[in-house]
Design a protein around this ligand. Structure first.
Ligand SMILES: [Cu+2]
Length: 341
């Protein structure tokens, strides 16, 4: 059951987050658990206690003081009881103040970033996540690596609309507001792969805005796993390109001919005998429609500067630009070629 809940938008079923028990509750995975789960369970227990107490007293009174005959006079005419009213005002007040103090302390703890925290940046755009590492030119897309037991602060930025950075298993959630930096920090304490969602409705494919958080050892982190781009053979490059497609492009481009926000990639490259050649596309530039033959340059331009040539029929829809290096663009083209038929 649980695994159905964490199927990613491309249909891949992920194992539940490590540590989840059969009720979907997690063992502590990050520094934030004390304030978030502690307060949650405290509130939960208080609610159950008072629910049972009040409903019980109510039902007991209804039964105990019910009218047994038609003309029986009222059992009591008491309308006020000052000591009782003081008690049932003061006790809840104290409990609510405990909740407030606990929550306020937790929220302060989440605001003050420890000085040894490592800083990364998460950039949200319709409909994917890009991550930037400290002093590193290489970014990662749709997945991010952090080191276990090392505080990490994420600077959050949006290049278009409102999004929200939501790591349920790290108990972290913060809105990402265009035009300003938000930040959030936590210390992951358990190795594993976790789900990252967008928790603010941000347009058509909001539900496909998915990424993964990898909590790894210090040795693994030092190897810069985000910089693994295997293009040793055209097949490997196509495989790497396919993964990038899934995390960055699949929310707008289908592979099977179905138009989505953008045109399908089917037919960008076609088979001519046993050669794979560029397909024909109708595009709009200089105010007129032209037929072009797809090649690496056209794909590279479509990625870096999507408005230069607009695919006919999709002029009204926008694609945000991506800064991909040449190896990644070539990987995507290799992947597109595997779709040729
Ligand atoms: Cu979003």
């Amino acid at each position: 059951m649980l695994s159905l809940l964490i199927q990613d938008p491309q249909g891949t079923v992920h194992a539940p987050d490590p540590g989840a028990d059969t009720f979907g509750q997690l063992t502590p995975l990050a520094s934030t658990f004390g304030s978030v789960d502690g307060l949650f369970y405290f509130t939960y227990v208080v609610c159950i206690f008072f629910f049972v107490l009040i409903t019980g007293a109510l039902l007991w009174s209804v039964f105990r003081y019910r009218r047994k005959t038609y003309d029986q006079p009222a059992a009591s005419n008491v309308t006020h009881n000052t000591p009782l009213e003081v008690v049932w005002t003061v006790i809840p007040l104290l409990i609510v103040m405990v909740m407030f103090a606990w929550g306020f302390k937790g929220s302060l703890d989440m605001t003050y970033v420890p000085s040894d925290a490592r800083r990364a940046k998460a950039t949200a755009k319709q409909w994917n996540w890009t991550f930037t590492y400290p002093n590193d030119a290489v970014q990662s897309y749709g997945e991010v690596w952090v080191e276990v037991n090392k505080p990490v602060e994420f600077l959050l930025e949006s290049t278009d609309v409102l999004h929200a950075f939501f790591l349920p298993s790290m108990r972290v959630k913060r809105d990402v507001v265009p035009g300003r930096y938000q930040s959030v920090w936590f210390t992951p304490t358990t190795l594993g792969d976790y789900h990252l969602f967008c928790a603010e409705y941000c347009g058509l494919d909001h539900s496909k805005m998915y990424a993964q958080l990898h909590v790894v050892t210090a040795e693994e982190y030092a190897r810069r796993p985000w910089d693994q781009w295997d293009d040793s053979t055209p097949e490997k490059a196509a495989e790497s390109g396919g993964r990038l497609y899934k995390s960055l492009c699949s929310s707008c481009h289908s592979l099977d001919g179905t138009p989505m926000t953008g045109p399908s990639w089917k037919g960008l490259f076609v088979k001519d005998g046993d050669q794979i050649v560029g397909g024909k596309r109708q595009v709009i530039y200089d105010g007129a429609q032209h037929e072009i033959t797809v090649d690496l340059d056209y794909v590279a331009e479509s990625i870096a500067n999507p408005d230069a040539k607009k695919a006919a029929g999709f002029e009204q829809n926008a694609m945000t630009k991506f800064d991909l290096d040449d190896r990644r663009v070539k990987g995507i083209v290799e992947f597109m070629k595997t779709l040729a038929q």
